[in-house]
Design a protein around this ligand. Sequence first.
Ligand code: GTP
Ligand code: MG
Length: 394
Amino acid sequence: MEEDTHHCGTDAHQTEASCGSGEARQLPEWAPEGGGEGFFSEVRPGRETDAVPFRPAKKLAELSIDEYEKGVLEGNRTILARAITLVESNLPAHQEKAAELLRRVQGKAGGSIRVGITGVPGAGKSTLIEALGMKLCREGHKVAVMAIDPSSTRSGGSVLGDKTRMELLSREENAFIRPSPSGGALGGVARKSRETLVLCEAAGYDIALIETVGVGQSEVTVRSMVDFFLLVLIAGAGDDLQGIKKGVIEIADTIAINKADGDNVSRARAAMTDMNQVLHYLQQATEGWNSRSMTVSARTGDGLKELWDTVLEFRANTQKSGVWEARRREQDVEWMHSMIDEALRNLFRRDPTVAALLPRLENAVARGTLPPAAATIELIDAFSRSRGTASQSR
Ligand SMILES: Nc1nc2c(ncn2[C@@H]2O[C@H](COP(=O)(O)OP(=O)(O)OP(=O)(O)O)[C@@H](O)[C@H]2O)c(=O)[nH]1
Ligand SMILES: [Mg+2]
């Protein structure tokens, strides 16, 4: 083709060296000496061509709120996933749209059993969620799986929500897996997760399984958004409490001793007995419910039926006593307060007067020339004045 010869290098010098059929080929510098004609590789000059035009990835058309609402309520997984992305976005325009969407679908939410699952890394939470999730899907449920992992911002990706660890479930039509949002502070992650839960429920998911790691504060956050709280432990790792804080045991409605399979069964049973004794002396995590310990194997499926029966028994009991509903109302009020805190913090941080004043005051506090309390008062006053509501406190 004429085009081809024409394009063979823009540099005339190089073209001569390597393009003409009778010329000596220019071999790469690592070519073996004496490789001769039989040596396959050669250096060719780059060539410009428009044969394969560069196509930027197609941007998804933005959906209207009506489209989001309809898609979510119809249980459209693609739109649900995009709605969650909207909720997770930190852009003010997205946040406004997300808030409107949530307002519209909120009435359709609330219909799931919300189960929080915590435990030390490697206890088998994800494996348990996969096994339990598959069982529940087979029984006709729609299962949403979420993860709350505040550390994911640091590691650059969610560990807990790792889909590769839930291979079967991620291919299951009635399951929806969403990794942890990477929202910075736990407060931000928690808000996004609560809103994701609302969207999943509005999309028809009747069971929500929320995984979190049992170290730090995240388990308390998860407790504040679920009905039933499960702690997953394993036997035989030396100290049976495995670095789990006593506080986590105190808020667990059930403790599953996982990996009760193979030659680990008797150790798991012994750990279960120990835990039952511990639980006996603790206050009830949920009013009217005696927390219990049981052995399970996420690998073989042993004990999973008993575990889910316990969740159902818990729901029946607490719904009858009113504790279930009361807890949800409390959680909503708590959620409102945390949203107020977040909104106020954002207003304060984004206020131009505060932003202008802050570096100087921070500096003065750091040098020790201004007490922190005085700096705070000055900032809050400046903030109040700038919002047109001058503080009357002084
Ligand atoms: N023998 C046996 N191994 C299990 C069982 N459940 C999980 N495992 C194994 O334990 C390891 C950790 O399991 P995961 O499900 O990833 O544990 P995790 O608690 O989700 O871990 P993190 O998400 O890292 O906190 C994997 O190698 C699993 O195959 C079980 O019931 N029996
Ligand atoms: Mg996991």
